[in-house]
Design a protein around this ligand. Structure first.
Ligand code: PLP
Ligand code: COI
Length: 359
């Protein structure tokens, strides 16, 4: 074991949710959390699992003032063979280290991080829900924790993991969502932090998200920050379109989060013989396709959102309906295949699903 983990179990376990259809997303937390400290002198130390609760933090801590925070989102599934499984966990760990590099936060040992995740999930395995469409959402996060106000790369940090039994991310479930294309605010620019999963990206997205919600839209679709015409991604997912039989998804330019669901969907689509173009796609091209009837499907991909059909797209006063506001054929096939692999129902030819323990 790379990081020696001490475990202090709670003496006061919480009741588990009775009605799994009401889980929602990220509202209930399990009995324990993982914490580990970092200092430039000692490296990572004091790896521990403790009862879930508040984390005492110095009021001058870097995380409060300068937003030195990154996170990941992954899920543990109760597979049909009774095992508890993760989906491509090393991809999340590598992305966490890439995000850390961008924000000058310390790197984690990849194998050690996997051991931490496995230990947490095994300890909390009874919290992995049973119903179809549910899972245990795992939220690893890492933040700078220097107790002084100078603006520098940090010398102290904390790595933490919390877990939450979840259902669908959107109230719509697998039904199409309404998305507003944002024409004022931008989420990220090349050279910025768009490709990193840092809290600041989400903080900057809230104003547009709130505006969209007020107008009846579920989330915002971001355009690029320079020309403001190329499609980037949705608030919590990457985006894909089926236009004239081909699949088109924005290329990873540095301002888009390199989604693990996106990468997996591209691999599945290629397996199925689709042409997948990772390239710039402008909002004009998209609406031309919507008008001439070649925009066949639109969907988002993400750990929380899984594969989520887009039924309406709004831009500068006009609303376009996509595939009659129904879930499209490719969207449905992707959702089914991906979830079947995650729940151990389909053959996992890519070796994406990894066993943590018996359930
Ligand atoms: N884009 C953003 C902004 C996200 O928050 C997420 C969710 O993690 C994604 C894309 C999808 O990434 P992944 O498929 O790795 O969950
Ligand atoms: C995820 O899909 O894991 C995310 O992080 C999306 C969101 C809840 C921020």
């Amino acid at each position: 074991m790379k990081y020696e983990i001490s475990i202090t179990k709670t003496s006061n376990p919480k009741p588990h949710p009775q009605d799994e259809s009401k889980l929602g997303f990220g509202k209930i937390f399990t009995d324990h959390m993982f914490l580990m400290d970092y200092s430039a002198d000692k490296g990572w130390y004091n790896a521990r699992i403790v009862p879930f609760g508040p984390i005492p933090t110095h009021p001058a801590s870097t995380v409060f003032h300068y937003g030195a925070e990154i996170f990941e989102g992954m899920k543990a599934y109760r597979a049909v063979d009774g095992t508890i499984r993760l989906f491509r966990p090393m991809e999340n760990i590598k992305r966490l280290n890439n995000s850390a590099e961008r924000l000058c936060l310390p790197q984690l040992d990849e194998q050690g991080c996997l051991e931490i995740l496995n230990t947490m999930v095994e300890l909390e395995k009874d919290w992995v829900p049973h119903s179809e469409g549910t899972s245990l959402y795992i939220r690893p996060f890492l933040y700078g924790n220097d107790p002084h106000l100078g603006v520098h790369a940090v010398s102290n940090a904390v790595f933490a993991v919390i877990c939450s039994p979840v259902g669908a991310y959107y109230a719509e479930g697998i039904n199409p969502v309404k998305i507003a294309i944002e024409s004022e605010d931008v989420r990220a620019v090349r050279g910025g932090t768009g490709y990193a999963k840092c809290g600041g990206n989400y903080a900057a997205s809230l104003r547009a998200g709130q505006r969209a919600e007020k107008n009846g839209y579920t989330q915002v679709l971001w355009l690029d920050g320079v020309d403001r015409k190329y499609i980037e991604e949705v608030g919590a997912m990457n985006v894909m379109f089926k236009i004239g039989g081909k699949i088109i998804t924005p290329e990873l330019t540095g301002s888009v989060l390199p989604g693990i669901t996106r990468k997996s969907c591209i691999e599945l689509l290629k397996d199925w013989g689709y042409t997948v173009e990772e390239r710039k796609i402008s909002v004009d091209e998209l609406f031309e396709a919507a008008q001439n009837g070649t925009l066949e499907e639109a969907w988002g991909t993400g750990t929380a959102a899984v594969v989520s059909p887009i039924g309406h797209l709004f831009y500068k006063g006009t609303e376009y309906t996509v595939s009659n506001n129904q879930i499209g054929e490719v969207t449905y096939k992707l959702y089914n295949e991906l979830t079947a692999i995650q729940w151990g129902k389909a053959e996992d030819t890519h070796g994406w699903s990894t066993k943590v323990c018996n359930g």
